[in-house]
Design a protein around this ligand. Structure first.
Ligand SMILES: Nc1ncnc2c1ncn2[C@@H]1O[C@H](COP(=O)(O)OP(=O)(O)OP(=O)(O)O)[C@@H](O)[C@H]1O
Ligand SMILES: [Mg+2]
Length: 605
């Protein structure tokens, strides 16, 4: 709890903190105005019953004389006006207070949601290998809202406690024992109710977070596998999963709905009994009931006003408890260290180096030294002491059985995952690899291309604002990746929307879009991971030729199962179970590997 408060204060901007303080101050003013308005009603009731009784009590002589000169009817008229003004003032104050409170609540939700979004995005790629997107979506969308409710509830509790204290002091002024006994009774029952439901509410709050993530998970899985579901006719399987999660979450919602108003109902009951007892007690000592009227009406009104305050406190404590888990998760996520990249920026280079590493660096060489790697989730060593060096103009082909570690090696070169041991040098410099200058020069076409549900143009120029996209370059890349024929036949051309994950285009078209996307940025190191596996041999050959022709003076790395893809490579690397078996000039490799020689001969001739 302490941690959450500390962290919340850290999260809020100075402006938000001042704003929050102002709201707390306003809460006290609002409470005071409530006291004044309740007092005015009590006074009004007494004036109607016996105005002289009230007038006699006024200490100011002038006012006293003035009021005595008025008729009872005029007095009631003036007091009605006074009462209306008091209530108007109170209403305006309440409206302003609620508006400001809602404003800070929304402000906090915005702060949290945007911080979470940025934090998640800044996390290492490895974080996404172990975290489901459903969890992330749930945190950003729902849990940040729950966090803001958590803060809102805190402020509300403060407001209602202030109100209670002020009302009690008001009551204390006119009747000590009666007030204390009723207040103590309500307080006691409040605490009792709170203690009974505390753990229950806490548990439900935690469960709701888990269930919500689960629902998002199932929805994601369902709508990402529609083809498989339809084909296998397994709608029932997914439906049942969804229905049972939905049932769980709604069952908890029902429980919360039943529990929430319960404190109020019980407290009202206790208060009415208390009040009846108070009336009986007071009337025992007093013959003239008019004398009792101000005390009685004020006590009754105040106690009736206390009940909603008590139940609001109760309800808000429930909110705090049920949303505490959300707050914990958010703080945990925001504090996690998954984004501690070894990124080195301009500042970290000394002046001398900075000159050489202008934003347009040339990649002369890329060297991997003793690179070993294993994923966090498994003990298996995926890459074992990898050593290799490539130079400008090299075209490397990586060959290896499925699961041998080719894509993992690619991810290491891309800097997406960090090896446990070993170092990578760019132009013989270990810092350059981690710099943003190098990152900018990498082009990558993955095995499974991630496409946006957007136009072909926006998919190729991903991350670039529409007005800055160079259509000429787009058309050039489309030609190089042999997409031109396909796109020219589309009625909307490059503005055609390709559907979620590119469902409206073919596998080979997706791959070529991936290649066009990479070419658009004209990188100096290109990594193609099975980037042409879905193309027919002729198209593949043409596309690869285009890539090679247009990217002289660069380093190209190609991973492929189909050996014909690699026939233009000047170097080959054979990997087996995460170990390099052979890495050399293509001719030398072919000399030692008869089966490869056969294959290359067959395909090249
Ligand atoms: N995120 C991950 N967590 C744990 N293990 C993983 C992860 N990704 C891959 N692996 C494992 O690492 C090994 C190497 O995988 P990798 O994807 O590099 O193989 P590959 O050579 O590219 O195979 P393919 O030719 O089928 O694409 C495999 O045994 C795989 O199961
Ligand atoms: Mg792979």
């Amino acid at each position: 709890m302490e941690n959450i408060t500390k962290y919340t204060l850290k999260l809020l901007s100075l402006r938000q903190k001042i704003f929050l303080l102002f709201i707390l101050f306003l809460a006290i003013i609002v409470s005071l105005s409530e006291l004044v308005s309740l007092g005015s009603i009590a006074l009004f009731v007494t004036i109607i019953a016996d105005s002289n009784y009230v007038i006699d009590k006024i200490p100011s002589k002038n006012l006293n004389n003035f009021l005595s000169s008025l008729s009872q009817k005029d007095l009631i008229l003036y007091f009605s006006i006074f009462l209306s003004i008091v209530f108007l003032f109170k209403s305006i104050l309440l409206i302003v207070f609620n508006w400001l409170l809602a404003k800070i609540e929304i402000g906090i939700e915005r702060t949290i949601a945007s911080k979470l979004y940025s934090k998640y995005l800044s996390n290492n790629y490895e974080y996404f290998l172990i975290t489901s997107s459903s969890k992330l979506i749930n945190s950003i969308k729902d849990e940040s809202n729950r966090y803001s409710i958590f803060i809102y509830s805190f402020v509300s509790i403060f407001k209602d406690v202030a109100l209670l204290l002020i009302l009690v002091s008001g009551l204390l002024l006119i009747n000590f024992t009666g007030t204390i006994s009723i207040f103590a009774a309500i307080l006691f029952f409040s605490l009792l109710i709170f203690l009974i439901i505390k753990n229950f509410i806490k548990r439900i709050g935690k469960e709701q977070t888990i269930f919500r993530t689960k629902i998002y998970d199932i929805l994601n899985q369902t709508f990402q596998s529609t083809k498989t579901i339809k084909l296998l006719g397994i709608e029932d399987f997914f439906q049942n999963k969804f229905f049972s999660s939905l049932k769980l979450i709604l069952r908890n919602t029902l429980k919360i709905r039943v529990i929430n108003p319960m404190p109020r109902i019980l407290l009202e009951f206790v208060a009415i009994i208390g009040m009846s007892l108070l009336v009986i007690y007071l009337t025992q000592f007093e013959e003239d009931l008019v004398v009792l009227l101000p005390t009685l009406s004020f006590s009754a009104l105040t106690i009736m006003r206390m009940i909603p305050a008590f139940s609001a406190i109760n309800q808000n404590i429930t909110h705090v408890l049920s949303n505490m888990y959300a707050a914990k998760i958010i703080i945990n996520d925001l504090e996690s260290k998954f984004n501690q990249k070894v990124e080195i920026n301009e500042k970290d280079f000394n002046n001398n180096q900075q000159k050489t590493f202008n934003s347009e660096i040339d990649i002369e060489s890329l060297e991997l030294k003793d690179i070993s790697f294993k994923y966090i989730t498994s003990e298996k060593i995926i890459l074992n002491k990898i050593n290799l060096k490539l130079y400008k103009n090299d075209v490397l082909g990586i060959i290896g059985k499925t699961g041998s570690g080719k894509s993992t090696l690619g991810d290491i070169i891309l800097g997406l995952i960090q090896p446990q041991t070993g170092e990578i040098f760019v132009n013989n410099n270990p810092n350059l690899f981690h710099s943003k200058f190098f990152k900018k020069q990498i082009g990558y076409v993955p095995q499974d291309i991630q496409l946006l549900d957007n136009s072909i143009k926006n998919n190729i120029a991903i991350g670039i604002e529409e007005e800055k996209i160079e259509d000429k370059l787009i058309n050039h890349c489309i030609k190089s990746s042999k997409l031109d024929k396909f796109i020219h036949n589309l009625p909307n051309g490059i503005n055609t929307i390709i559907g979620e994950r590119g469902v409206r285009i073919s596998g080979g078209q997706k791959q070529r879009l991936g290649i066009a996307r990479t070419l658009y940025r004209s990188p100096k190191l290109i990594l193609l991971d099975e980037a042409t596996s879905a193309l027919d041999s002729k198209t593949e050959e043409e596309v690869i030729n285009n890539i090679e022709q247009e990217n002289k003076n660069k380093i190209i790395i190609m991973i492929a199962h189909r050996l014909s893809t690699l026939k233009n490579c000047n170097k080959l690397l054979i990997i087996e179970n995460g170990k390099i078996v052979d890495f050399d000039e293509t001719e030398n490799i072919l000399k030692n590997n008869e089966y490869l020689r056969e294959y290359f001969k067959k395909k090249t001739n």
